[in-house]
Design a protein around this ligand. Structure first.
Ligand SMILES: [Zn+2]
Length: 491
């Protein structure tokens, strides 16, 4: 027993040291050495192996290097699906399959902007996802600035008519990213509200917390009853520049040109892998991430890291000598960025099977260290919550609230009564890179990625073996969120 444990011990200095100490102890007293080694629980072993494994980093490196950007409905999207199938097949699941999902397709094209007067100069913009394009040569019009989407709703149509609307709503930095929700409405719904008042185009200050000269793209939606106007995001320094010019001169004329166009819808796939439980094979814990990304970066943080984390954690469970009581299902969703398209398809296709999901969760907030556990169980103080907090304590994870959505795609399941949890990552710098060309592999800390895999492995082993009853859950909060933010994109 001791021989096996020591040989398998990870090669960190501390373990080498322990090896030496234990070897001496073994000679001196076999009983003492056995006591020290055999007390390790499965969760402790999972943490040890995760903290010394490169597996998640290798997955993420391969995805971001050999696939790169993964815009839904493109050829790269289908290469991603094939990559995901190969990856999951190589991990030892009982079965891997894909589920077709129809996704809207779109081409970005060129995106240029410049101040025409009073101080001609180029600006950095990025087309918002699924914006229409402009005529060749772009749109030239005076700019009207509003401080938020709410301010746009209140301003008179007379002030907006014939103008390019500029929503200049600054996003504040926060560990849990809570200010994203305050500003993202301008991106999602600004165009149709501006168009109702006669605007000819929309520019928004990037939804981000950096001051880099990159603009942040992201999905926008058109109200089918309103005219469609071209829409783009300005980098934060360019938004500041435009605001200064407006403040000093009152009138600023701007030109912007987008080569964006809508394409025929296409087929993508959710990629699904199942590992059956030993006692309740029909039940499973569903862990997810989305395999699509925006096209300007390589989607390392959003959401390549999520794929790497949940896959590596599931592999840790598969590598244990015994199966857990219930199964593990990994779902890599299609087209999350376009409005949870894959997640909605999953919920629809599995409508008869949702009662078999013991709980669901998703990793989709970058690769920062996990610091908090949020749940959505029938009982906030469930025996499972207590057990999880105890087992996750060595990883510095604290108790959160009981209103978790489990992640964007998981929220669709939560709205259908599926219990969920969120292992909340430190997102302090997530919105510096989110949806920009800067979302690349170098932004991922290998150590934080390992901590994530450790936490997900412990969560999987603990929940797949839990006897706690988690249903029924309260639906109040997510229903409100879905109505406001999670509507399906209009093509
Ligand atoms: Zn994401």
């Amino acid at each position: 027993m001791i021989t096996v444990s020591v040989i398998n011990a990870p090669l960190k200095e501390v373990y080498v040291l322990r090896h030496i100490i234990l070897s001496f102890a073994f000679v001196a007293s076999i009983v003492n050495a056995n006591d020290t080694v055999e007390k390790k629980t499965i969760n402790e072993q999972l943490i040890e192996t995760a903290l010394t494994s490169r597996h998640a980093l290798d997955i993420l490196t391969d995805l971001t290097t050999n696939i790169g950007p993964r815009l839904p409905g493109t050829e790269a999207d289908l290469r991603t699906v094939a990559w995901a199938e190969n990856l999951l097949t190589s991990q030892g699941f009982d079965r891997v399959y894909k589920q077709p999902v129809r996704v809207p397709a779109w081409k970005r094209g060129i995106a240029n902007a410049s101040i025409v007067s009073p101080a001609p100069q180029a600006l950095i913009i990025s087309a918002l996802g699924h914006s229409v394009g402009t005529p060749e040569g772009g749109i030239t019009a005076p700019v009207v600035r509003v401080s938020s989407l709410a301010a746009l709703s209140e301003i008179s149509a007379r002030a907006v008519k014939g103008h390019i609307v500029f929503i200049d709503h600054k996003m504040e930095r926060h560990r849990a990213g809570k200010y994203y929700r305050e500003v993202v409405g301008g991106r999602s719904n600004g165009a149709s509200i501006a168009a109702t008042k006669g605007a000819v185009g929309l520019l928004i200050r990037s939804i981000g917390t950096d001051s880099d000269r990159f603009a942040h793209t992201g999905m926008m939606l058109y109200d089918v009853k309103k005219p469609r106007i071209p829409s783009a995001a300005l980098s934060a320094p360019d938004a500041d520049q435009l605001t200064r010019l407006l403040t000093q001169h009152g009138k600023v004329t701007l030109n912007f040109e987008l080569g964006s166009e809508h394409l025929e819808s296409a087929i993508s796939y959710n990629v699904i892998a199942e590992y059956d439980g030993a006692k309740f094979p029909e039940q499973y814990v569903l862990v997810g991430a989305h395999h699509d990304s925006w096209d300007e970066g390589t989607g390392a943080l959003d959401d390549g890291a999520g794929i790497a984390i949940v896959t590596a954690a599931a592999k840790q469970i598969i590598d244990l000598p015994d199966r857990p009581k219930r199964g593990v299902r990994v779902v890599l969703y299609a087209a999350e960025e376009l409005g949870l398209v894959g997640a909605k398809a999953y919920a629809r296709e599995n409508a008869d099977d949702l009662h078999n999901i013991y709980l669901a969760s998703e990793s989709d907030f970058g690769a920062g260290e996990i610091w908090k556990l949020d749940t959505r169980f029938s009982d906030a103080l469930s025996a499972l919550s207590k057990k999880l907090l105890k087992e996750l304590a060595p990883l510095n994870i604290e108790a959160g609230h009981n209103k978790a959505t489990g992640g964007p795609d998981t929220s669709v399941l939560v709205n259908k009564g599926v219990p969920a949890l969120t292992l909340l990552q430190d997102g302090t710098d997530y919105f510096d890179f989110h949806h920009t060309p800067n979302d690349t592999l170098d932004k991922v800390s290998p150590e934080a990625l390992k901590q994530n895999v450790a936490a997900w492995s412990v969560m999987l082993w603990t929940t797949t073996n839990s006897d706690a009853e988690l249903r029924p859950i309260s639906l109040k909060k997510t229903q409100r969120v879905e109505a406001k933010e999670l509507s399906t994109p209009q093509q």
